[in-house]
Design a binder for this molecule. Structure first.
Ligand SMILES: O=C(O)C(=O)c1ccccc1S
Ligand SMILES: [Mn+2]
Length: 261
């Protein structure tokens, strides 16, 4: 009998309402917080927009703007070249990553309860093991999202800066190494401003998610929202960054396709 064409199946499911498209992206807005590094380092630019014309003398029938931001502003993608550990890998920039890496399955590990009680909540190998007992082994080349409901925070509570720097949840070095070495994930995604915990600078190595993910040619997604609308397994994501020449990352629209019913 005729083999089922998976693309036709997906198209008909999308057209028939059998697939929900969930937007995991924050609006690029000058008020959306960006990561704040220690003052001696270069800083991430917030999003800015400047009008070129608006149906006026500068352009009678058209409206358009110039926008500026960092590659790492807002909901964005991290490429391996972003971190020193990935600097010499092949295809490590947003314009050279194979496009098939921007579409794939995602699993969601719900750490929202722990993160509600502890700003520095850590995703550990033990939590991953317990998740796999319930949901099965994390498939190779999956994206793994750490749900913390941190995207529901606004203003100062999102970066949650204290005297010793930001405090927000993230993975331990052991957890991120397990996901990479034992589960060969595609990438790791968070709602927080970075893939590392706010206090990530104090781990060994510092910023372990960045160090190990990008050193292994894996990717990061950060500043996402609506992870609470995703199932633990069974969804897929589209996460294609802008094709910036030699780019280390880019703001992007992250969309999840979630089967209905
Ligand atoms: O990738 C990022 O946006 C990010 O989180 C970051 C950027 C630069 C330095 C440290 C970090 S931790
Ligand atoms: Mn980044």
């Amino acid at each position: 009998e005729k083999l089922v064409n998976p693309v036709e199946l997906l198209s008909s499911a999308l057209l028939s309402g059998g697939v929900e498209v969930v937007d995991l992206t924050h609006t690029l807005d000058p008020d959306f917080p960006v990561i704040v590094l220690p003052p001696e380092f270069g800083q991430c630019a917030r999003f800015r927009m400047e009008e070129i014309s608006a149906y006026d003398h500068r352009g009678p029938a058209w409206k358009w703007n110039t926008f500026t931001c960092s590659e790492h502003t807002g909901t964005h993608f991290d490429a391996p070249i972003h971190w020193i550990s990935g600097k010499d890998l092949p295809n490590n920039t947003v314009d050279s990553i194979p496009p098939e890496h921007f579409v794939g399955p995602v699993v969601v590990i719900d750490c929202s309860q722990g993160s509600a009680q502890d700003d520095d909540f850590e995703l550990t190998p033990e939590i991953i093991a317990a998740w796999e007992v319930e949901h099965g082994r994390i498939p190779a080349d999956s994206w793994v999202f750490m749900r913390t409901d941190w995207s529901k925070r606004s203003g100062a509570a999102y970066l949650n800066m204290r005297d010793d720097g930001p405090h927000s949840p993230g993975p331990t070095p052991e957890a991120i190494r397990f996901l990479i070495d034992e589960r060969s994930i595609r990438g790791f995604g968070t709602e927080t401003v970075g893939t590392d915990a706010g206090q990530g600078a104090h781990y060994t190595p510092p910023y372990p998610a960045h160090f190990y993910l990008h050193g292994a040619g894996k990717y990061g997604l950060q500043c996402m929202c609506n992870l609470d609308q995703l199932p633990a397994t069974g969804a897929m994501i589209l996460c294609a960054p802008l094709k910036i020449k030699s780019g280390t990352g880019s703001p992007l629209r992250v969309l999840a396709l979630v089967p209905k019913g």
